[in-house]
Design a protein around this ligand. Structure first.
Ligand SMILES: Cc1cc2nc3c(=O)[nH]c(=O)nc-3n(C[C@H](O)[C@H](O)[C@H](O)COP(=O)(O)OP(=O)(O)OC[C@H]3O[C@@H](n4cnc5c(N)ncnc54)[C@H](O)[C@@H]3O)c2cc1C
Length: 390
């Protein structure tokens, strides 16, 4: 296949921005006297990281999946953080992670505190039933996903990548080869044709709106960001990510209900908490149109705060109420990474489900190799090949 001249990446979530960055620093680009142009296009008026990539928890784990992709990704995360001071720039830090089971304050019954680490002081000791560590020290870290995504874009721009704000409406091809994209510009609203000989489709839950044969869809999920009242929080709210199982107090003699919010304290003095997915609102036209159900956010607050699960001293006000669409793969497996059959030059990098933050650097490395060297070298990702899904 000929050397690419114009590469377009569709979508400035974590997959698109990290891919643009890895493309821009690939040796075949940095050493070339006539490097390809690299353009990333994003549909949001507000810029990068407005979808799941800005509203995720941010766990980066050696034990994530699929293993072949995570093995590459985890090492790349560690290396990126060391190279670009990730702890300052995108809140990189090592965390402990555990499963926490307990009850809301008004539930009756004897509490059995079992295994709660001494420094996990921000969760109620009294309401804990079981704490089970999920990983060994050094196997799990976190990033602030919005800051990581924005940093990848900033680094890509420093390397000469062009950022365009527009909603891609069509992936264009000519005699079986991708020839460009058509997009509606955010400013002015005109329709523009952008020629390309390689296109990377990284539009998250929206990917199948551009390529309907992709079995990718979206599930909405709400989350809240709570500002902890204490500073410095790094000492006060210790770095434990908790997957919880909370038995709520019975309401009006009804049946007990168990909920499972995930809790992520962050080094920026906030605590991020996300709730379950819902199918009440179909995927809107763009990320800017995602509807936030205020009641769903209040419910998340009730589960962790009103119940007394998070200690009162660690809780401030809700700073952000938000929702996003998790990109899911409708058939078993995923994410989907590889050349799209019958349209040469078109590469899919999508369907990352609940591990897209963790698996972005491995995806980006693999896609940069595929686009610039003709095949993926860093791992055997044949299980994720687009041809298996389309
Ligand atoms: C509540 C929650 C918690 C999570 N926690 C974690 C976690 O702790 N660790 C982890 O590894 N993963 C986590 N994830 C998963 C992770 O967020 C996703 O897998 C990841 O963000 C997907 O990234 P993406 O770039 O593919 O998609 P997105 O972030 O959705 O980005 C896609 C981008 O494409 C743009 N776009 C779409 N259509 C077009 C178009 N036509 N033209 C131009 N641009 C377009 C969108 O506007 C968007 O900016 C979580 C997800 C959720 C929902």
């Amino acid at each position: 296949m000929a050397t690419p001249k114009n590469i377009v990446v569709v979508g400035a979530g974590i997959i698109g921005t990290t891919t643009a960055f890895y493309l821009s620093r690939h040796p075949s680009v940095t050493s070339s006297s006539s490097p390809p142009s690299i353009t990333i296009i994003e549909a949001s008026q507000r810029g990068a990281a407005q979808g799941a990539s800005g509203k995720a928890g941010g766990l980066v784990a050696k034990w994530a999946y699929p293993k072949e992709l995570t093995d590459v990704s985890f090492k790349q995360h560690v290396a990126l953080s060391a190279e670009f001071d990730g702890s300052q720039r995108w809140g990189w830090r090592w965390v402990d992670v555990g499963e926490w089971e307990g009850r809301g304050r008004e539930a009756s019954g004897k509490r059995v505190r079992d295994g709660l680490p001494a420094d996990l002081s921000w969760v109620s000791d009294e309401l804990t039933e079981v704490y089970t560590p999920l990983a060994q020290a050094g196997d799990t870290a976190q990033v602030h996903p919005r800051l990581f995504t924005q940093s990848m874009l900033d680094l890509a721009l420093e390397n000469g990548v062009r950022f365009v704000q527009g909603r891609v409406t069509t992936l264009e091809s000519n005699t079986g080869h991708v020839s460009g994209v058509r997009y509606v510009a955010i400013e002015g609203g005109e329709e523009v044709h952008l020629p390309a000989d390689r296109v990377v489709l990284a539009a998250g839950a929206w990917s199948s709106t551009l390529l309907p044969s992709l079995p990718v869809s979206g599930t909405r999920a709400h989350s809240v960001v709570i500002r902890a009242p204490l500073a410095p929080p790094a000492e006060a709210v210790s770095p434990y990510v908790l997957f919880t199982s909370i038995e709520l107090p019975k309401v009006d003699g009804g049946r007990p209900r168990t909920v499972s919010p995930e809790i992520y304290p962050r080094p920026d003095a906030t605590i991020y908490v996300c709730g379950p997915g819902d199918t009440r609102a179909p995927l809107p036209l763009t990320v800017d149109d995602v509807a936030v159900d205020a009641a769903a956010c209040e419910e998340i607050w009730d589960w962790v705060a009103e119940t007394g699960v998070i200690e009162e001293w660690a809780l401030g006000d809700i700073e952000t109420r938000q929702a996003c669409y998790l990109p899911t793969v409708d058939i078993k497996g995923g994410p989907i990474i590889g050349a799209v059959p019958n349209i040469s030059g078109l590469v899919a990098a999508t369907g990352h489900t609940c591990w897209g933050i963790c698996n972005a650097p491995g995806t980006a490395k693999a896609v940069s190799e595929l686009v610039l060297e003709g095949s993926i070298k860093c791992a055997d990702l044949s299980r994720l090949d687009a041809a298996r899904f389309i």
